[in-house]
Design a protein around this ligand. Sequence first.
Ligand SMILES: *[C@@H]1O[C@H](CO)[C@@H](O)[C@H](O)[C@H]1NC(C)=O
Ligand SMILES: *[C@@H]1O[C@H](CO)[C@@H](O)[C@H](O)[C@H]1NC(C)=O
Ligand SMILES: *[C@@H]1O[C@H](CO)[C@@H](O)[C@H](O)[C@H]1NC(C)=O
Length: 292
Amino acid sequence: MWRIKCILSVSLIAVSLHLYIPTISARDVSFDSFVFSQQWLPTFCMHATEEVRIACKIPDMVKNWVIHGIWPESSKKPDPPAFCNSSWHFNESDIKSIEDELKIRWPNVFTSTGRTSFWKHEWEKHGTCAVDKPYIFNEKSYFEMGIKLNKQYNLRHIYERSGIIAVNYTSYKCEDFRNVIKKNWNVESIITCVHSKEHRQYILQTEICFDKSFKPIDCKRDQKCLQCSQKENIWYPPLENTATPDTCSNQQIENNFFTVGKRTPCKSFMGVCTYKNDNSGTSNGVSSRGYC
Ligand SMILES: *[C@@H]1O[C@H](CO)[C@@H](O)[C@H](O)[C@H]1NC(C)=O
Ligand SMILES: *[C@@H]1O[C@H](CO)[C@@H](O)[C@H](O)[C@H]1NC(C)=O
Ligand SMILES: *[C@@H]1O[C@H](CO)[C@@H](O)[C@H](O)[C@H]1NC(C)=O
């Protein structure tokens, strides 16, 4: 419940309207794991625009899943720690040197809010609670860890490699996404959906959980498909600024992702594609489903 509120109310409403929950002093701020949450902006912006009526724009440079946040969690308490150090204000100059990368990997997509408002919110609410040496020891290291995890847990790439592609003509089950994470990193993840007026459900978020040394672990919450109806399929809408690979030949690698010439989509391809990603050069992936 908290997480749903966090995603939909806090990120959409609090970030945009700067309605921050006041800090209560003398609380237990201990935690034992992290949730690394990544969002799929085509869903996020569709939802923001259509349901919540907040203007939203995906920057052209964005070609992948983006960071929502790194959130400390405690298995001993229902509510995760939040706003742990009210004197540790967000300071843009601390992250100036990584801002260009944050704009691509951790962007604020609400056009009516300040460029740094999302970062400020994530730092002050979650980052101040996530400080835990040696990995996160100040504001910059919090954001750097986000960038590192976003590169390492490159969702578009691993979903695509398993034939889960962001297109309008096919849809998936929650377990399809979770199985890809399981297969790649051997952990239980959490998928969150949102629903449109047309009663379709769309994938919004993928959460992967980590221990304090940033080793992936099973996410502990019982519910692993939040707001996703198990009976219905889940849509994974295309990112309009990138073509989706509908072929395994003729790929150009651009900024970590695949762009291909526009072709008429078809649904029966089974074959081997060669992919590149930003950390490890070339790897082979087998497409089990998806495109011709
Ligand atoms: C709170 O933030 C200040 C910086 O504003 C820092 O010096 C202090 O160590 C922080 N306190 C804790 C408990 O982390
Ligand atoms: C932000 O950090 C810079 C450099 O570390 C410092 O000079 C400045 O005073 C800080 N700004 C605020 C508002 O604390
Ligand atoms: C995919 O569907 C969404 C939502 O219905 C629509 O806004 C978008 O234009 C479609 N994209 C393509 C490439 O057809």
